[in-house]
Design a protein around this ligand. Structure first.
Ligand code: DLL
Length: 433
């Protein structure tokens, strides 16, 4: 049976959702105009006033915001309320330049946690569940967001945060945790450890996982589901818009419903910025319709994906986004060819490897070098040189047919590639060092 946290809005007829969006957009543009001089200036430069925005059809007139603006306006330049009305900040784990700092009023926290509660309920969560939150707590939004959502649903919340894998497993087994929230790469690691400790899918009390914060393939979903004996649900979000819960999967597991009463989505061509028709692949752009403290309009996420309004069997009416292929900035350009790490993951899992790999790119004599280190599973580990080179050849061919370019494949012994407890680091690009 499909469960909903707020059925009246999650399953509302399309006209009702559009009416809510129209009303909220007009109000939000006025709020930003009145309170965020940085964005008001951008509107003025385009000759716009709030009166030009009467409905969501006018959205395309508004200027975009990008990560560049966030850095430019750091830390307070995009704040929409007095600092005394803010109750929290969260921040990204950005490795280059300034971190993004997002601000929240109590109202913003409530709506964020509600979005996470919708995701947990869609994964079957009720007040009878034990929900272990193994996303990091602190500045990262994963832990605090799912923690708040879990409280709202009434689950017994186990705030383990990330890391200390043996303790995670102790709590899962001793408290009979039924829902696990963490990154997919950490879920894969927990599954590996549980299996090594002799727990098969039927011994593990978990029934659902809510995994996101990084790109993961359909093959990885199957692998985690089989090893943990659960149904694995994708969840998406970003700090700039609140955190996890901007969109989430339902039982159909075929794309994530965007919480359209709070976030208006567009797909644009990343080069021309032209809005693309439904179904096209492009950059995801979001407008937050009712956030007070950090009200971003037309924010360019750099995530590449597509939207679909096909009717969903779960009964929800909100638009769905496909799994993002990864950020446009995760995309590697190797010898002129676009390569997403998630494509490599697909190849590996299809050939029976686990998602333990590292991509190393460099430039030697003006030519890109491209190496993929792949960890053998214990079952395939062998000292037989002939067998190893046969496996390598098979991988080189499979990668070539997926990507169109040749990689050097190095097979490494089990357990030699560092496991991730949060977002996995899969790429070393020495060209940038
Ligand atoms: O990763 C928020 C989050 C926490 C989402 C927990 C889901 C679960 P940031 O650290 O700001 O926020 O990173 C946001 O991560 O723009 C995407 O590129 C990527 N991302 C997030 N969820 C997914 C997903 C959190 N389900 C950036 N699939 C986003 C693919 C994802 N990429």
């Amino acid at each position: 049976m499909e469960r909903y946290y707020q059925p009246e809005i999650e399953c509302a007829p399309r006209e009702e959702i559009v009416a809510i969006q129209n009303e909220k957009l007009v109000r939000q543009v006025r709020h930003v105009w009145d309170n965020v001089p940085y964005y008001r200036k951008k509107m003025e430069e385009k000759g716009l006033t709030p009166d030009d925005i009467q409905s969501i059809d006018d959205l395309k007139k508004l200027p975009f915001l990008s990560k560049f603006d966030l850095r430019d306006a750091y830390p307070y330049g995009l704040l929409g309320v007095d600092l005394k009305d803010c109750v929290r900040i969260q921040s990204t784990s950005g490795t280059t330049g300034k971190r993004v700092v997002a601000f929240y009023t109590q109202h913003d926290i409530d709506l964020w946690e509600e979005c996470c509660a919708r995701a947990i309920t869609a994964a079957g969560g009720t007040n009878e569940d034990v929900c272990q939150v193994s996303y990091g707590y602190g500045l990262f939004t994963g832990g605090p967001g799912l923690n708040g959502g879990s409280h709202k649903v009434g689950c017994l919340t186990v705030p383990t945060s990330s890391g200390n894998t043996d303790r995670q497993i102790m709590f899962i087994m001793d408290l009979s945790a039924t829902i696990l929230c963490c990154t997919p790469s950490y879920a894969a690691y927990l599954a590996e450890r549980l299996n090594e400790m002799g727990y098969g899918p039927d011994d593990i009390p978990l029934k659902a996982g809510i995994f996101g914060a990084e790109a993961w393939s359909e093959e990885m979903r199957q692998d985690i589901q089989n090893k943990l004996g659960i149904k694995a649900y994708d969840i998406y979000g970003l700090t700039e818009l609140s955190g996890p819960g901007v969109s989430f999967e339902c039982s159909a597991q075929s794309g994530m419903h965007i919480n359209e009463d709070h976030f208006l989505a567009e797909i644009v061509d990343p080069d021309t910025l032209e809005v693309l028709p439904e179904g096209s692949e492009g950059e995801l752009v979001f407008t937050s319709l009712d956030k007070e403290a950090f009200p971003l309009l037309r924010y360019r996420t750099r995530d590449i994906c597509r939207l679909t309004r096909e009717k969903c069997p779960c009964g929800r009416t909100h638009v769905k986004m496909a799994k993002p292929r990864g950020r446009s900035d995760d995309m590697l350009i190797i010898r002129g060819v676009n390569v997403f790490p998630s494509q490599i993951e697909t190849v590996l899992l299809n050939l029976g490897y686990a998602a333990n790999y590292l991509i190393i790119v460099d430039r030697v004599n003006n030519t890109d070098t491209f190496e993929v280190q792949v960890e053998m599973t214990p079952e395939m580990f062998t000292d037989n040189v002939g067998e190893v080179s046969e496996k390598q050849r098979q991988l080189v061919d499979a990668l070539k047919s997926m990507l169109g370019i040749r990689a050097k494949v190095t097979l490494v012994a089990p357990k030699t590639i560092t496991r991730s407890e949060g977002k996995a680091v899969r790429v070393i690009d020495r060209r940038k060092i």
